[in-house]
Structure formats: C-alpha cells, structure tokens
Design a protein around this ligand. Structure first.
Ligand SMILES: Nc1ncnc2c1ncn2[C@@H]1O[C@H](COP(=O)(O)OP(=O)(O)OP(=O)(O)O)[C@@H](O)[C@H]1O
Length: 265
C-alpha cells in the first residue's frame, strides 16, 4: 500500500464524551475507490468515528486525514473547500421537508457552486435518474417512501461528484428487499463514479454485500479489520458473537413470528 492510494487516514484517534473515553486509539486507512464498512454493536463508537471523519468532532489525540489533509490543521476556508469533495447521506435522509426533492438535491450546488439555476436543475435531474428517481423531483419529501428518501439522500450526496462518500446506516428502517436495492445502488455508484465510500451500519447482510473491507468496532476499539473472508475467519470471540447474532436473526421463522404478533399462536 503506498501513500498515494490512501483517501482517508485515521491515526491514534482518541475521543471522549466528558471524561468517558469512547474511541480508544483508532488506526484506519481507507484506500482510493474502496468501500469500507464500519460495523459494530450499539454504542461501539460507529457514529462517533463517523463524526470525526466528517470533521464534526475534534480528536483528543491522534489525527484524521482526508484526501491528504489533516482536518485539525485546516482553516475554515480550507475546510469548506474540502467539503466540496465530500458527500454525506444521513440515516434519516435529512431532507428539508419544505423543499421539493429536486430543490433538496440542488442544495449543495447552491452552497458550493456558481452554477445558474437551469444548469443546477439539469444536474439534479441527472442525479435523480442515477438513483432511479427520474420524474420524482417535484414531489415533497413527505410524499416519498422510506427507500425513496434514502435514494434522494444519496442523489444529494453525490450531486457534487464527490471523491468521498459517507453513508450513515443506509438501510436502517427499510424492509430487506428495499434495503438490498439500496446496497446495489451504493455498489453501482462506486463502480460508476469511483468514489471512496465509508458506510456505517449494524446490518450484517448489507455489510457483507457491499464491503471491500470491514472494520469491526467494539467498545471504542477496532477488534477486526479486513476483507469479508478475513472477518468471517476472525478468531476474535466478540467478532464471532456479532456474526452469530446474525445467524440467529436469519434463522428466525418470520411466519411464526408474524403469527405470534397477530396472536394466532
Ligand atoms: N453526545 C453524547 N454524550 C455522551 N455520550 C455519548 C454521546 N454520544 C454517544 N455517546 C456514548 O458514546 C459511546 C459510543 O456511541 P456511538 O453513538 O458512537 O455508538 P454507535 O456504535 O454509533 O451506536 P448506535 O449503533 O447505537 O448508534 C456510547 O457509549 C454512547 O452512549
């Protein structure tokens, strides 16, 4: 691995909430064009790490470098400039409810570019096509399904053709079929645009479908980092516990579960 291939480099990252240490020395490199999935149980530190990658939190110790720039050393202007190369799709979609879908998608263009209105509309329309939402631009977010909101959020995240894409729980709250279609979209976007992509998820099926490499967090530490096969073969008991939780979920008899919910058995 040579330096030029690394898009994101985290070194010795330590983070606290008050006196509580929640990241305990994270070392992580994400290579150009790879999809890195950050996985881990609830409270393991995934969101905190993501917030550091986005420059929303400052490290107590260590550093975060995006595209070769140490976030702690950037002036506000340099940070703004770097943000042009970063797309973020938040868990909830984070669309503005008072703006149409197309207006939402144009927001980063309005913030970061001098393009005229017509050009922005054309770009928004193209991005809506990319995420299979062609023709939905005039709708309001409240008129979209959960899966469509995630697609719209992805369209907004990629509207500036970013070098880095961050997705926070892209499949949260979706049924398995819709969730799988979002996974496919993330793969397709990376293949088409070559972005370095970081996905935070607790959804194991999704993680194993999209990841080039997986980083498993537990109690603020990386307990496994590697390819899907390497993670599956991990001898770490906590990693295996996380993977086995999935088998229990998968083997759940959904019909029996539904009958139980409906009081039929
Ligand atoms: N604003 C906060 N103030 C204090 N403690 C916090 C705050 N946010 C998170 N924590 C704590 O930090 C630890 C890591 O939380 P974090 O949200 O990063 O985990 P997570 O892996 O993203 O969890 P989840 O999957 O439930 O979102 C947890 O113990 C959490 O309780």
């Amino acid at each position: 691995m040579n330096g030029a291939e690394v898009s994101i480099e985290v070194r010795g990252l330590v983070s606290y909430y008050g006196t509580r240490k929640v990241l305990k020395g994270i070392d992580l490199s994400v290579l150009d064009g790879e999809i890195m999935v950050i996985m881990g149980g609830s409270g393991s530190g995934k969101s905190t790490l993501l917030n550091h990658l986005l420059g929303l939190l400052s490290p107590a110790e260590g550093s975060v470098r995006l595209l070769g720039r140490d976030l702690a050393r950037l002036t506000p202007m340099e940070m703004l400039d770097l943000r042009r190369h970063i797309g973020v799709a938040f868990q909830s979609g984070a669309l503005f409810s008072s703006l149409s879908v197309a207006e939402n998608i144009m927001l980063p263009l309005r913030e970061h570019s001098d393009l005229d209105r017509k050009t922005m509309e054309i770009i928004a329309r193209l991005k809506l096509e990319v995420v299979s939402l062609a023709g939905f631009g005039d709708l309001m977010p409240a008129e979209l399904s959960g899966g469509m909101i995630k697609r719209a959020a992805l369209a907004r995240a990629i509207v500036m053709d970013p070098k880095l894409l961050f997705c926070d729980e892209p499949s949260a709250g979706l049924d398995p079929v819709v969730s799988s279609s979002i996974d496919e979209l993330i793969l397709r976007l990376r293949d088409a645009m070559g972005m370095t992509t970081v996905v935070v998820t607790h959804d194991l099926d999704s993680a194993f479908k999209i990841a080039d490499r997986i980083c498993v967090l537990d109690d603020g530490e990386i307990i496994a980092l590697g390819s899907k096969d390497e993670i599956r073969a991990s001898s770490n008991e906590r990693v295996q516990n996380l993977l086995n939780r999935r088998s229990e979920e998968v083997t759940l008899d959904t019909d029996a579960y539904l009958r139980r919910l409906l009081g039929e058995s």
